[in-house]
Design a protein. Sequence first.
Length: 256
Amino acid sequence: MRAGAGARVALVRIVLVATILVTWEAVSASGWLFRDVVPSLAAIGTAIFRLLGNPDFYANLGVTAGEIGVALAIGGLAGLATGILLGANRFLSDAFESMLLYLGPTPKIIFFPVMIMWFGVGTGSKIAMGAISCFFPIAISAAAGMREIDGVLIRVGRSFRASPWQMVTKIYLPAMRAPILNGIRLGLGVAVIGTLLAETKLSNRGLGYLVIQSYSLFDMPRMYALLIVLFVLAIGANMLVGRLARTASMAERRTR
């Protein structure tokens, strides 16, 4: 990106954020909505400061992060294996890939009652919700990445009589690093959404529980503080995976 274009983009972002903050403060001061529904920026800032100084927040953050991490590992590995199978086998792709495409956009929260019956009301059902949420984008990205692999690489592997495991580890995965990381980037986002939604529905631990608890107590500054912290953490994780995806994409282009 050129320096001039980058400066204009940064300026637009700054103006957008400033407009949102000014509008929020104006609505808060106007009293148009019910009292404390839109607290002032100062109240929210104070709530963020108190939240970050509370050890209970970090305990619940650890619970949520652990659930999301396990969910991403389970759903990601299952999605990766499914995508490789569909991408490598035309018959399986024709038979099942359309099901992935149709089920992928379906709101996964509808499966939560089933997850509760299968895994109980503890962390198992939250992990299951996160795993089923991230499975679909990772599987679809992996299947698409398989079709982009240079046929020469596949023929070379077969000419050396590589085993299926060797084909996966030596040919498939290195050749589709960028699609896999992009799938993980999408999968992480929906895993966070699925896990937090499950925590708001039935839980006594985690950040989703803290959000719904603040709402129930009508502690709006604390609720908005939690949402802002969640937003910042999600942006940070997404930026990290996105940077890895861009690095992998550039490395892939250099090897061609």
